[in-house]
Design a binder for this molecule. Structure first.
Ligand code: SF4
Length: 198
């Protein structure tokens, strides 16, 4: 199977009820660095592209400062290819953490993505992706930035704080953004085969 064929398969998936929140999205990009987040948010489902909302823009800014260009230097995807939604106290749809059932239902698509792309390094964005990909006992607060081996895929991996979390830490925003930059630069140091485009 090719990544294009998998993309089509994901787009028509109806395994979970959250497919009704918008068409599922596999992800985009190329290269041997695989970036994995949690799930789509409202902006992502609207634009049919992962990491395009405020949190995604922060991550893209940090990637670009490290010379990592979207579409060229990494493939970016999520554990869950749909938007998990709950209702706020005012009756508006709000993003929620995916359930274990949604994660399990969607994981075969990530397994297929890894089979097709054969990444040499995986960057897990946030706690959910880290626990699923690296290890169920992984602690993002104490182990982020460390190069470890993914239990699921047996590939060198690292976890960074989710940019959505960083955006919420108003008092500590500058420090955490700098920490994210340092971690992303370390990905490049630990993955010499990443050929960054000028
Ligand atoms: S979350 Fe994954 S498995 Fe569930 S409907 Fe969406 S694409 Fe399909």
């Amino acid at each position: 199977m090719t990544i294009s064929e998998l993309r089509l398969q994901v787009a028509s998936c109806k395994k979970c009820s959250i497919h009704s929140n918008g068409k599922p999205v596999l992800g985009d990009g190329a290269g041997k660095l695989l970036v994995i987040g949690e799930a789509l948010g409202g902006d992502e489902i609207k634009l049919q592209k992962p990491f395009v909302g405020k949190a995604g823009q922060l991550l893209m800014e940090v990637f670009e400062s490290a010379g990592l260009n979207r579409g060229v230097d990494y493939f970016i995807t999520n554990i869950v290819k749909c938007r998990p939604v709950s209702t706020s106290q005012y009756g508006n749809p709000i993003n929620r953490t995916p359930t274990p059932q949604e994660i399990q239902a969607c994981l075969p698509y990530l397994d297929q993505t890894v089979d097709i792309l054969k990444p040499e390094f995986i960057l897990c964005v946030g706690a959910i992706a880290s626990k699923v990909i690296i290890s169920s006992t992984f602690s993002i607060t104490s182990q982020r930035g460390e190069v470890v081996t993914s239990k699921r895929y047996k590939v060198p991996s690292m976890a960074v704080l989710h940019p959505a979390y960083i955006l919420r830490q108003h008092e500590d925003f500058d420090r955490l953004k700098l920490q994210l930059k340092v971690d992303v630069f370390n990905v490049l140091n630990n993955m010499p085969k990443v050929e960054v485009q000028d």
